[in-house]
Ligand binder design. Structure first.
Ligand code: URA
Length: 440
């Protein structure tokens, strides 16, 4: 077999066999297939697409390129969730304690932020002392003991995806449904959970910009997971507005704790309840209404917050900062972003809000960049809100006031104030499961 022929077959619209995919992916991981040939194949896939079966096979080959975690040492159904990424997307910090407080085990591996989107591991590390690396034995022990552990993704999970994602990032081949679906699902399958809830974000801060595109990605990922014997569903959630008000690591931890104390913003609380209820349904805890009520109870009776504190305590985190979030890292400098005219916010590009927060120090542009846990943005007004001239739309938080100018410029580039109130996007557009698509 030759890589040249595999590239030519896909270039001409052919369907690759398992043997061909194993040759290409295995060869790339081993270093026998060079970047330039893999780049050509990725571009051919980007332009020609893949059949559903071909994508499922690619996912399987990628999953098996590293460790396949066996969670059987943990009793009961294990649930996982994955978001395709967003700005101010702190749902993992809220949902996983809710689900664990309802008696479903969560053994989750999460990522770091890159580009304009944030990552759960960076948020967790904003809590002083928190460890996000542990041995497999410690991981299993913690999940068996308190029902919940969230750690950084092991370097040995879906090894092919790490190499391929870095290559896609520099060859303009990220935005391709079979490649996104196989990238996400290879990691989820390898991480071993029985029930997987996918949060497919849609809007100006997400990979997917239209509902048909988001539904197609969700359908593909649900089909791949189901074909591998997992219980999978996806919610299509809005990312035309950041979730909640806070963007930046410590700021997002503070807002997540507010939700867990049942004092959080309505939009974030509602999305978290819907995601948690769906995870509980997948884990077999009852129908949607019963699961939602169960999730809501854990916010009211404090059991989800308590579960979250137990997880952080087990991972070395200073729980006093969760009880009193004023003790979390605080930026020494603040800047109010004010508007010169009255009207409605008719556009507030979420990717630019995320990029402004990265410029303040809250995120990284390359994997090596250090982040400032205290930096970020607190939004006072969002898309669709009425604003009066001179009012503050957002407070910027940074270690150095010299960072404010570039962040302000980036934020304002995506901001339009107009006379008419725009239509409000729904928080959740659709639910995709093995039974089909339900739109809301
Ligand atoms: N998230 C992933 O893990 N992979 C992609 O390709 C896109 C989003």
């Amino acid at each position: 077999m030759r890589m040249y022929d595999i590239i030519a077959k896909k270039r001409d619209g052919g369907t690759l066999t398992r043997a061909e995919l194993e040759f290409a992916i295995g060869g790339y991981v081993a270093g026998a297939v060079p970047d330039y040939q893999m780049s050509a194949l990725l571009m051919a896939v980007y332009l020609r697409g893949m059949t559903d079966d071909e994508t499922a096979t690619l996912t399987d080959v990628m999953a098996r390129s590293g460790d396949m975690v066996d969670l059987s040492a943990i009793g009961g159904v294990k649930a996982d969730k994955h978001s395709t990424g967003g700005v101010g997307d702190k749902t993992t910090l809220v949902i996983t304690p809710i689900v664990a407080a309802c008696g479903v085990k969560v053994a989750k591996m999460s990522g770091r932020g890159l580009g304009h989107t944030g990552g759960t591991i960076d948020k967790m590390e904003a809590v002083p002392g928190t460890r996000t690396e542990m041995t497999q034995e410690q991981f299993f022990e913690q999940v068996n003991d308190i029902g919940l552990a969230v750690i950084g993704q092991s370097g040995h999970i879906a090894v092919a995806d790490k190499k391929l994602y870095a290559l896609r990032d520099v060859t303009a081949t990220v935005g391709c449904l079979p490649l996104i679906a196989s990238s996400i699902m290879s990691k989820k399958l390898a991480a071993g959970s029985d029930a997987i809830l996918l949060d497919v974000t849609m809007g100006s801060g997400a990979f997917m910009h239209t509902l048909p595109e988001a539904i197609e990605l969700a359908r593909l990922m649900v089909a791949i997971g189901t074909a591998h014997g997992r219980r999978v569903a996806a919610l299509i959630t809005d990312m035309d507005k950041p979730l909640g008000h806070n963007i930046g690591n410590a700021l997002e931890v503070a807002e997540s704790m507010a939700v867990l104390k049942n004092e959080g913003p309505a939009d974030l609380t509602e999305v978290c309840l819907q995601l948690a209820a769906n995870m509980l349904v997948l884990a077999g805890r009852g129908d949607m209404a019963a699961c939602r009520a169960m999730a809501q109870r854990t916010l009211k009776d404090g059991s989800a917050f308590e579960k979250c504190c137990r997880m952080f305590a087990a991972q070395g985190g200073d729980v006093r900062t969760l009880q009193n979030t004023a003790l979390l890292p605080q930026a020494p400098h603040r800047f109010e972003l004010r508007v010169g005219q009255s009207g409605y916010i008719t556009q507030n590009d979420v990717e630019r809000i995320g990029s402004a927060s990265v410029l303040l120090g809250a995120g990284r542009l390359t994997k090596e960049d250090a982040i400032d846990p205290a930096a970020g943005i607190v939004l006072h007004k969002k898309l669709g809100d009425r604003v009066e001239a001179g009012e503050s739309l957002a407070t910027f938080h940074a270690a150095d006031p010299a960072l404010f100018a570039a962040a302000e410029e980036t934020y304002r580039q995506g901001l339009v104030i107009g006379p008419e109130k725009p239509n409000e996007p729904p928080l959740v557009y659709a639910r995709v499961s093995a039974d089909g698509v339900e739109t809301f």
